[in-house]
Design a protein around this ligand. Structure first.
Ligand SMILES: NC(=O)c1ccc[n+]([C@@H]2O[C@H](COP(=O)([O-])OP(=O)(O)OC[C@H]3O[C@@H](n4cnc5c(N)ncnc54)[C@H](O)[C@@H]3O)[C@@H](O)[C@H]2O)c1
Length: 256
């Protein structure tokens, strides 16, 4: 049956930044699709909450306090996953931050913070899961980039974010090229404006949100649940011939 290919029944997946926003939604959707979920999250308030919600859907969950900028933390996250479940079938590299400010005055520490979380963090997570995935000869890696890596957002100024997300998309292709021989697929999702804690204050601010929605053919922001089917598709066997792809899902924003 074709829909069985989308099933994640008894697969083991890690979601970084799973405490809130898109990450929380991915955790719950993966659990609904049958997966056991490791919630890897910096925030010790929200992470355990999501893990509890996964368990209430009848799946196993593990909260691991993780700062994706720490290579040691990230390798420990994978080690704890293997101790608890014996394998890791997919990872959703979702943790990310945005920072706004004019490029000519942005301070080095702020530039570095965004690159450390959004790019270096994704790379460490990919490297850490690739090792057991190479041994088990299977795995799917899904990286959250952004349409901000395709277009330059306006009117806000966020060069570090835009550059980091373009890099995530190209990193995904590079790793897909290296690891196809090990039966590991690596793809990227580039969302447009989605309503989350990160974006809601800006979407509701006419100075920003009004311009964004006017530039979106569908005339609205997306909801986290509208990304979930794509996230399931890319983690599952339904996308078995797909690697190195970047899927833009943006209500048409990048058409104009
Ligand atoms: N919301 C959007 O419109 C949108 C659009 C395109 C891309 N994205 C990307 O989607 C991802 C999720 O965005 P969101 O809107 O849900 O953001 P959010 O701020 O609501 O959630 C981000 C989560 O990541 C966690 N996090 C931050 N730094 C971390 C670190 N160092 N280690 C581990 N976890 C960390 C936070 O604690 C939080 O739970 C980000 O990568 C973002 O860039 C979002």
């Amino acid at each position: 049956m074709i829909l069985e290919k989308f099933s994640l029944k008894d697969r083991v997946g890690i979601v970084t930044g799973g405490g809130r926003g898109l990450g929380r939604s991915f955790c719950l959707s993966y659990a609904e699709a049958g997966a056991h979920v490791v919630v890897a999250e910096l925030d010790t308030q929200t992470g355990p909450g999501t893990a509890g919600e996964v368990e209430s859907l009848g799946r196993k969950a593990l909260f691991v306090e993780t700062d994706v900028t720490s290579k040691e933390n990230v390798f420990d996250m994978v080690e704890k996953t293997l101790e608890a479940f014996g394998r890791v079938d997919f990872i959703m590299n979702n943790a990310g931050v945005v920072s706004q400010g004019a490029a000519e005055t942005v301070v080095e520490e702020e530039w570095q913070r965004v690159i450390d979380i959004n790019l270096n963090g994704v790379f460490f997570c990919c490297q850490a899961v690739a090792r057991p995935m190479i041994e088990q000869r299977s795995g799917s890696i899904v990286n959250i980039a952004s349409m901000s890596g395709v277009i330059v957002n306006y009117p806000q100024t966020q060069a570090s974010y835009n550059a980091s997300k373009a890099a995530v998309a190209h990193l995904s292709k590079s790793l897909a090229s290296e690891w196809a021989q090990h039966n590991i697929r690596v793809n990227a999702i580039s969302p447009g404006y989605m309503r989350t804690d990160m974006t809601a204050p800006h979407i509701d601010n006419p100075e920003y949100g009004g311009k964004w929605l006017a530039a979106t053919p569908m005339g609205r922001a997306g909801s986290p649940e509208e990304l979930a089917p794509l996230a399931i598709f890319l983690a599952s066997d339904a996308s078995s011939f797909m690697t190195g792809s970047e899927v833009v899902i943006d209500g048409g924003f990048t058409i104009w």
